[in-house]
Design a protein around this ligand. Structure first.
Ligand code: SAH
Length: 232
């Protein structure tokens, strides 16, 4: 099955961008996922092809118009039609993205992803087209495109067959609710720093135990909120 991503954007030429490289690039070539960038401006109605206007009530910046964005969305996915892909809006006001939401999305047929620009988009199109707002963190980007690429990168790497070593997903940070243990490789001594003995002991049970302890310790230090969530 191909995961189909349709991206509504004022900058379609930004895609696939870095997603065309490495793991995701190979998966794209193989057809594990497909990307269809759509230019929102193509749905403008005036001769200047404008897509934004000043905010009602005043204030700084410009707002993406509801009517034009709705037409762009309807051109790729009709509400109540047979396209079952979720419609997402990249937005700092959205629910912060988590690995479990990434996994859910990856199990589905794809996503329609709206990239905001300027001050954001008219609230009425969010409501009328039932857009799920997704945030990639508590900071403000200049546009939704890099956020959409980050979301896609996270989804693509968990698509079946994309990651070479399927095991490498299992211990990953957040997958178990913990941050991952530290990693080491050659050389055995780096600037006087040695690899912890247990890792070269060959005792796999001991190694597993050590890694779990390290993961717990790191999570307690850096992300006590994750440990709290595990206890619930
Ligand atoms: N005025 C808005 C920010 C607009 S930033 C506010 O204060 O909430 C312009 C666009 O960039 C947004 O519409 C959104 O699509 C994207 N964007 C910015 N920060 C983001 C974030 N943390 N996560 C996801 N998308 C973001």
């Amino acid at each position: 099955m191909t995961f189909r991503a349709t991206i509504l954007t004022l900058y379609p030429e930004m895609f696939p961008g870095f997603l065309g490289q490495s793991l995701s690039g190979k998966a794209l070539e193989r057809g594990a996922w497909a990307i269809e960038p759509v230019q929102i401006r193509d749905f403008a109605t005036d001769k200047h092809r404008s897509v934004d206007d000043t905010p009602s009530g005043g204030g700084a910046g410009m707002v993406l118009r509801a009517d034009i964005l709705a037409k762009a969305i309807d051109s790729v996915s009709v509400s109540g039609g047979d396209d079952e892909r979720p419609r997402l809006l990249m937005s700092p006001r959205g629910r912060p993205l988590t690995q479990s939401r990434v996994r859910e999305l990856a199990e589905g047929p794809g996503a329609v992803i709206v990239c905001g620009r300027f001050e954001g988009v008219d609230q009425r199109v969010i409501d009328a087209r039932n857009l799920e707002e997704v945030s990639i963190g508590d900071y403000i980007l200049s546009g939704g495109e890099p956020a959409a690429m980050i979301l896609l990168d996270a989804i693509i790497r968990v698509l079946p067959g994309v990651m070479g070593n399927e095991q490498s997903g299992v211990h990953e940070s957040f997958e178990s609710g913990l941050l991952e243990h530290p990693h080491y490789t050659r050389p055995p001594v780096f600037e006087g720093r040695e690899i912890p003995d247990v890792l070269t002991s060959g005792n796999h049970a001991k190694i597993e135990k050590w890694r779990h302890e390290q993961a717990l310790k790191l999570t307690a230090e850096r992300r006590p909120d994750l440990l709290q969530a595990l206890k619930k």
